[in-house]
Design a protein around this ligand. Structure first.
Ligand SMILES: O=c1ccn([C@H]2C[C@H](O)[C@@H](COP(=O)(O)OP(=O)(O)OP(=O)(O)O)O2)c(=O)[nH]1
Ligand SMILES: [Mg+2]
Length: 160
């Protein structure tokens, strides 16, 4: 068994008091994400192809640059109803202190109605390694033997 890392504590601001009853939480002990709910005063119907920015009523300040948040679709909504994210994935910077917004896209063929406080997407906290870029004239090719990728990409290894 590996040691279970401590859970980082993240500061959350409730931008709407109603969110106090709808705080994101891990549904099970093994859940990777916490569901984010739609802060809506009334149901919102998205026509096929329509994309709207849906507020969550929450601001989470991650603060630690070695962490980031990701907003991901819920698989049930995405697969069964075509409700995914207009930006495909939302990346939340550690220094972002504004409201978490869900770009909600109906990529399906039928209208879909989002109910107020419905769980619309999920928030996953991920580790981040920040790099420094160093300009070089060429890459070190000393260990680029056969079986190495080199510059091949975009299907260069075939399909099967
Ligand atoms: O689904 C998302 C994606 C982003 N954000 C917020 C948090 C993130 O830190 C900020 C900026 O996101 P990003 O850098 O992806 O967008 P941008 O278009 O590059 O905007 P900016 O110029 O503000 O960086 O917007 C959300 O609330 N929801
Ligand atoms: Mg940006």
């Amino acid at each position: 068994m590996t040691a279970v890392p401590a859970r980082p504590r993240l500061a959350v601001r409730l931008l709407d008091e109603r969110m106090r009853d709808f705080m994101p939480r891990y549904a099970t002990d093994g859940s990777a994400g916490m569901d984010l709910r739609a802060l809506l005063d009334a149901p919102l119907t998205l026509a096929p192809g329509q994309c709207e920015l849906v507020p969550t009523g929450l601001a989470i300040h991650i603060a630690d640059p070695a962490l980031a948040g990701m907003i991901l679709p819920r698989s049930g909504l995405g697969h069964k109803h075509g409700i995914v994210l207009g930006n495909l994935v939302g990346l939340i910077d550690s220094d972002y202190q504004g409201e978490l917004m869900i770009s909600t896209w109906n990529r399906g063929n039928a209208p879909f109605t989002i109910e107020p406080f419905e769980r619309l997407a999920q928030y996953v906290l991920v580790p981040v390694v920040r790099a420094e870029l160093e300009v070089v004239e060429d890459f070190d090719t000393g260990h680029r033997g056969t079986g190495q990728r080199g510059t091949g990409g975009f299907g260069s290894s075939g399909r099967h």
